[in-house]
Design a protein around this ligand. Structure first.
Ligand SMILES: Nc1ncnc2c1ncn2[C@@H]1O[C@H](COP(=O)(O)OP(=O)(O)OP(=O)(O)O)[C@@H](O)[C@H]1O
Length: 233
């Protein structure tokens, strides 16, 4: 059970973006990807989301192979990309309804998510008129539709104010309790420490450090250590 990534490598023409990345995340766990710009975090998340194909390596979710049973695998994931080009004339509600139809999520769930991401009052607005933080919340809402087993979030806290960062942390904790798996990237070490069971630091496409937080008692001390690691790599 869980997410298993075996020796995943990604080459963009001559550029080696990922080099033999292996990891495992069990049900009910959260893995946080850290590392400087260009470390390979987005590339890894895009591979796990099936948006990019790995050059070599394997990805399975609860034993279902992304390569061999793509449709079954994809139906179990929710993916929030790091960028969002909202040029089209579509409202918040239409945007979520579109993704709900792809994921077999009900209209009731769209309403529930609109409430959870605090965009109920904005549901008739064009998405291109939303603030950065609101767009992030909408993208997150889209990823939650259909209650996916695996949530893949690329820098989800970018642009969120402190209230919404706390809401985000609560939401992740609830999903973990329900047995969901979460993988997200961030530069915010306090968020990583608050919800991460495994914290990975990447550099030049490789995992250079892994911290398992289950034995950590002093969270404040861990945040300082994580900040030091983040600066060092
Ligand atoms: N489409 C592409 N074509 C060529 N090289 C790419 C492409 N996308 C990413 N890269 C390269 O792959 C490497 C990893 O990039 P990636 O976007 O995965 O890093 P990241 O850790 O997410 O960085 P950031 O924190 O800046 O978002 C970088 O060297 C980047 O220049």
């Amino acid at each position: 059970m869980g997410l298993k990534v075996g020796k995943v490598t990604k080459k963009y023409k001559q550029k080696l973006a990922l080099l033999s990345v292996s990891l495992q995340v069990d049900r009910g766990e959260c893995l946080v990807l850290c590392g400087g710009n260009g470390a390979g975090k987005s590339t890894l998340l895009q591979i796990l989301a099936g948006v990019l194909s790995p050059t070599t390596g394997t990805v399975t979710l609860d034993g279902v192979s992304l390569h061999e049973h793509r449709e079954a695998y994809i139906s179990q994931i929710g993916y929030m990309p790091d960028d969002f080009h909202a040029r089209s004339m579509i409202t918040v509600q239409e945007f979520l309804a579109f993704y709900a139809s792809l994921r077999n999520a009900s209209a009731a769930q769209v309403e529930e998510i609109l409430h959870d991401i605090g965009l109920e009052k904005h549901k008739k607005e064009w998405i291109k008129q939303l603030s950065k933080g609101m767009r992030q919340r909408l993208l997150l809402g889209q990823a939650l539709l259909g209650e996916p087993t695996l949530l893949l979030l690329d820098e989800p806290t970018n642009g969120l104010d402190p209230f919404w960062i706390d809401q985000f942390i609560d939401m992740l904790k609830k999903r973990k309790k329900k047995g969901g798996i979460i993988v997200f990237s961030t530069h915010m070490m306090d968020v990583a420490a608050e919800v991460g069971d495994h914290i990975l630091f990447m550099k030049n496409g490789e995992i250079v450090k892994q911290i398992d937080t289950s034995h950590v008692c002093d969270k404040e001390k861990m945040i300082v250590q994580l900040l030091n690691w983040h600066r060092k790599i």
